[in-house]
Design a protein around this ligand. Sequence first.
Ligand SMILES: Cc1ncc(COP(=O)(O)O)c(C=O)c1O
Length: 443
Amino acid sequence: MANRSNYKVTTRLVHGPQHSAKWDFSHHVTPPLSSSTTYRLDSAKRGARGFTEFGRLVRDVGEPPVYIYDRLDEPTRSILEGELADVEGGEACVTFASGMAAISGALGSVLVQGDEVIAHPTLYGCTHSLFENWYPKLGFGVKRVQLNDLQAVRAAITEKTRAIYFESPVNPTLELIDIGALRKLADEVNAKRKAERKVLIFIDNTFATPFGQRALSLGADVVLHSLTKNLGGFGTEVGGAVICPRWMLASLLLYRKDFGAILSSKSAWAILVYGLPTLALRLKRQQHTAKKVATWLEKQECVQRVVYPGLPSFPQKELAEKQLIDWDGDLAPGSMIFFELNSAKIDAEQFVDEIARSAYSVTLAVSLGHTKTLIELPSSMTHSSYGKPGGMAVRLSIGLESPTDIIEDLKSAMNTVTKTSTKNGARKNGATKTVKPPKPAKA
Ligand SMILES: Cc1ncc(COP(=O)(O)O)c(C=O)c1O
């Protein structure tokens, strides 16, 4: 039989594992959707073995694991975890019920009271809230430091520092964090530390996905994902994943077992069968469209600034070319666009309200990495935990629609709500345009 490891990752994601003791792959083309809360144990000895061995098997090693109870481990979820570890180039993967469960689980399984996390100032709103609202109560310290300022990071590191945490690209600004530079710094600090006190680099790779960035090979220790986004890809499943070194696995599995936020096997199956095999295809199409939309946005008078890693104007071009590289070696600028509107020319809330009212190809909704193009206002929605509503920033997640349709819908909403000058020089909303009734059809 052909050796799976000789095949490209895109092919491996379509075909999945070639053999598994967990499933009869010789006869089934599609992996199983297993759905059993509990497992027959044959004997007390087998039950005891299952509990003793729990957490030890990292990958499918050809020996059937002893399944005991769904919350501990089960075949569909476990096959997905093997695939995610493979595409990220990691030793192990543990999935969770959501991206936030994965983030809190990964950090929670490592941190002890008194430990400190150094985190980038801008993060997804719920991660910001986790750090600001919950960590002080749990006895974890959090310092917010601009992570591209290495001097500031070095100055912030103390004996208590256990984790450096960030997203790259950052949600929603698309700023990139230099992973290799942080690795170098962490290595210097860690040279004098015992294994259990080493500073670990955690990256949330949700925006780039493993298609666009293999953060472990760039220097991260732990990769986090919201599977709800592009890895799931169709907007139907909520999930999260931690890709980590082997030594973290046992504690992470015990954490998940006891805190209980497991990914359902049905969601794992959908991500495995629909999400992963189509990941590269969707991303390539989304990026093609995103580049066109971002280029168009940049030319609009009511748009102050557009950030998209595929634009010549992207401020961290060199870093993008180092970090955001797809499986074919090409730049992978991603499916997210961040832009700021000019408040003198347009009102951000009126603009997205008009999208909600009149657009077909663009939907006012949070989340991202969907087949549908989604638009939202971070300051009053996904990042409202920062307490600064009413900003002019817009986050656009490009889907699979035709680029011209997306542009037409954005254009039409902009034209409808752009502020126009009145005779006395004051500005008012241009929603005054008279809309001509459609011509009656000729008989
Ligand atoms: C970058 C990032 N990380 C994590 C999450 C949390 O994921 P979930 O909604 O699956 O908990 C999100 C959600 O939007 C996100 O954008």
